[in-house]
Design a protein around this ligand. Structure first.
Ligand code: ZN
Length: 303
């Protein structure tokens, strides 16, 4: 375990000076005309929950997807915390990313302690620039968890600064501002989530459920609000718990399809057939795509 902790520390050291190309295991995409997508989540499960299905669809078509967890998830469990939990979280998301066919990075920020500082604004700006992103996704800044809110604020703060040459001049600025998107959430104040894009994820739903299923510390064990009773040692009870988690997630994305079925009609000729969906709203601060541009960014529409 000690060796694993040291590996985590060395690969996530000095995040404010972070260079994607220098992170072990990150393959910088070629300039091949495919889309370049960078998604930010506060914790090692948020990107996978919010955009895991769409990410798998992009990846299937050869587009380049990087999922970034802005904190390392090191307090998000009822029984354990610190380095060992951060390592466990990292190993779980790595397995999830293999299933989804995407790349991922976990930044070395303590869970529950993310702040919208200048250093963090620079860090996210550098990552978006290095990835040469066409699309950037994140939480809305009125989500329930402070790390979610500040991830949303930091991405909003980067949404113009990525184009400003003398902000972080150590990384070339983007000449085309990406399009920024928010994830779906249920919060109403000051304004509810209002999707511009609803993606049919039926074709990758099993993959997404498999990916969420390997994140045992987050879901089967219940994360920060879990307990020992959720995943007892008996194999039959464990099997039942894993099925319960899987069925619960299937219902969650059925709920998204149900809630936004009218909007699904913009994206598919048979919206009533769609069982599972993910939804995204355009942020006002980056590039503003027209309908045709939006369909190039989410190239899954049959209309
Ligand atoms: Zn989270």
């Amino acid at each position: 375990m000690l060796r694993r902790i040291l590996v985590l520390v060395t690969t996530t050291f000095a995040t404010t000076q972070l260079s994607l190309a220098a992170i072990d295991g990150v393959k910088m995409p070629p300039n091949d005309g495919k889309l370049r997508i960078i998604a930010f989540g506060a914790h090692p499960d948020d990107c996978e929950l919010q955009v895991g299905g769409t990410a798998a669809r992009w990846a299937k078509e050869g587009h380049h997807v990087l999922l970034v967890s802005v904190t390392n998830g090191d307090i998000g469990h009822w029984r354990e915390a610190g380095g060992p939990l951060a390592v466990r979280r990292k190993m779980e998301v790595q397995e999830a990313h293999k299933i989804l066919g995407v790349q991922g990075v976990i930044l070395d920020v303590h869970d529950g302690e993310l702040l919208p500082t200048l250093e963090n604004r620079r860090m996210l700006t550098r990552l978006i620039r290095e990835w040469k992103a066409d699309l950037v996704l994140s939480h809305r800044p009125n989500d329930y968890h402070p790390d979610h809110r500040y991830t949303g604020v930091l991405v909003q703060d980067a949404a113009y600064m990525v184009t400003v040459p003398f902000f972080c001049p150590d990384v070339p600025h983007l000449t085309n501002n990406p399009v920024f998107f928010y994830y779906a959430d249920r919060f109403e104040k000051p304004n509810p989530f209002d999707p511009d894009v609803v993606v049919n994820i039926d074709s990758v739903m099993e993959k997404k459920l498999d990916a969420l299923g390997v994140m045992v510390s987050q879901f089967a064990e219940g994360g920060a609000n879990g307990s020992a009773s959720l995943l007892p040692p008996e194999p039959d009870k464990q099997k039942a718990r894993h099925k319960q988690v899987r069925d619960g997630f299937a219902r969650r994305y059925q709920g998204v399809a149900e809630k936004f079925r009218a909007k699904l009609g913009d994206w598919t000729s048979e919206p009533a057939q769609v069982k599972h969906a993910e939804a995204f709203e355009i942020c006002e601060y980056g590039s503003q795509p027209n309908a045709a541009q939006l369909k190039k960014l989410f190239p899954f529409s049959d209309k």
